[in-house]
Design a binder for this molecule. Structure first.
Ligand SMILES: C[S@@+](CC[C@H](N)C(=O)[O-])C[C@H]1O[C@@H](n2cnc3c(N)ncnc32)[C@H](O)[C@@H]1O
Length: 394
């Protein structure tokens, strides 16, 4: 293994200390975090993501080595690729498609993975290779397989890992198919968000194994970490732990273009018009429990809130991902909201009923929910325990 130079070591130590103090890093992982610094896996130019403003700021090692090193050890996500590699230049691209996740998220996911020596781990989404490097330091090269769909990203990660003296199996492949050659695994950790749990992960897991994945619905871009225990029959079940937000598996991204012909123009056409007792705030904000709960209870629907310039109110759009149904609730700054709905589903009514159900359940937080997955991959979200399924309002 390579050794950590002194200056880099001090910055890395400081990050480790703050992660330990915050509780996201557990002492059993501290040695690996010391030995495998994040900076070894970062390209010379990256974009540091500001969690508060959502801005992505380009940082160049050549132009500003101090800032490059500072961000490398800051608790921020770092974007390393845009638009599946089709973007070049310093300005951010359209969609961030590979990154080094926030150190506190990396540490807490490794904590929740609950590994012991000798365990075999499959990682989905190699990205920079940092997480694979940490796992390899802890468990040994022979016990870690990491899958990355992007060829250029795979090559960079492999190079960084080799330079660090770490040799996990890194394969350029679709992580949704797993890697049967080295199965079974005691742990599967996905570092890309998913909208389904691929059957291959269940089939390639040992009985009693864990699958830790950022899972969500197309209702929003947010995910929640789900910790599934795989049973003898190949099904899996477990709780949601907390909100996170990850880049999605390539095939599970939501393509907004598919809705461009949903609404017949001129709007609202022959759509049914009604009112609603809901206010915009009732739908919840980013990472709110009700937003997540509605996503679980109203399947196959995407939603977006358009905030018009001051004085013009806001509108909430809902689109079915499986048929040509849509709804739009207009919330003027003054006056009563108006709802338009069209197509074979009444999407606003479904969301309204789901929010009513969530309120009737005493407004449970996200970590009261869980997910069961049958061996065929069928999803059944639940509240409090698996015998209490979340109803579907579709
Ligand atoms: C958030 S990054 C992973 C961060 C990484 N674990 C690290 O330590 O830097 C997500 C990665 O998942 C990859 N990815 C997306 N879809 C994938 C798929 N179907 N199979 C494997 N990797 C995929 C992306 O290319 C991206 O590099």
């Amino acid at each position: 293994m390579s050794t950590v130079p002194e200056q880099e070591g001090r910055a890395s130590d400081e990050l480790v200390r703050s992660l330990l103090n915050a509780g996201s890093l557990t002492p059993d992982w501290a040695e690996s975090f010391h030995a495998v610094p994040r900076s070894w896996f970062l390209p010379d130019r990256y974009w540091s993501h500001d969690m508060t403003t959502g801005r992505n700021v380009a940082v160049s090692r050549e132009e500003d080595p101090e800032e490059w090193a500072r961000q490398a050890f800051a608790d921020v996500p770092i974007v390393t690729q845009w638009d599946d590699g089709r973007h070049s230049g310093t300005e951010p691209g359209t969609v961030p498609t590979s990154s080094a996740s926030m150190p506190s998220v990396v540490a807490s996911m490794l904590r929740d993975l609950g590994v012991h020596s000798g365990m075999r781990v499959l990682e989905i989404g190699t990205g920079t290779g940092w997480n694979a490097g940490l796992l390899t330091h802890r468990l040994g090269s022979e016990n870690v397989v990491s899958l990355e769909i992007d060829a250029a990203v795979t090559v960079r990660a492999r190079t960084a890992l080799t330079r660090a003296g770490l040799h996990p199996t890194v394969v350029c492949a679709d992580g949704a198919l797993g890697y049967p050659d080295a199965a079974p695994y005691n742990r599967v950790i996905a570092t890309a968000g998913v909208r389904t749990i691929p059957r291959a992960w269940l089939e390639q897991s040992d009985s009693g194994g864990l699958i830790l994945a950022p899972f969500g619905t197309h209702y929003s871009n947010e995910d929640a970490l789900v910790n599934l225990t795989v049973g003898n029959d190949g099904s899996a079940s477990g709780p949601f732990l907390r909100p996170v937000e990850f880049m999605k598996l390539r095939a599970q991204r939501l393509d907004w273009d598919r809705f461009k012909d949903h609404v017949t123009l001129p709007y609202p056409g022959n759509a049914a018009r009604s009112s609603t007792h809901l206010r915009l705030a009732d739908l919840g904000d980013r990472w709110s429990a009700q937003r997540f709960a509605v996503g679980l209870a109203v399947p196959h629907v995407a939603h977006v809130v358009n905030r018009a310039p001051a004085g013009d109110g806001s509108s909430v759009w809902l689109f079915s991902t499986t048929e040509r149904a849509w709804a739009c609730a207009e919330f003027p700054d003054d006056g009563e909201p108006v709802v338009y709905q069209d197509g074979p589903r009444r999407l606003w009514d479904e969301v309204e009923r789901a929010l009513g159900w969530w309120a009737d359940q005493q407004r449970p937080p996200l970590d009261c929910f869980g997910l069961s997955v049958s061996s065929e991959g069928e999803l059944r979200p639940w509240l409090a325990d698996r015998s209490n399924p979340v109803p579907s309002f579709a």
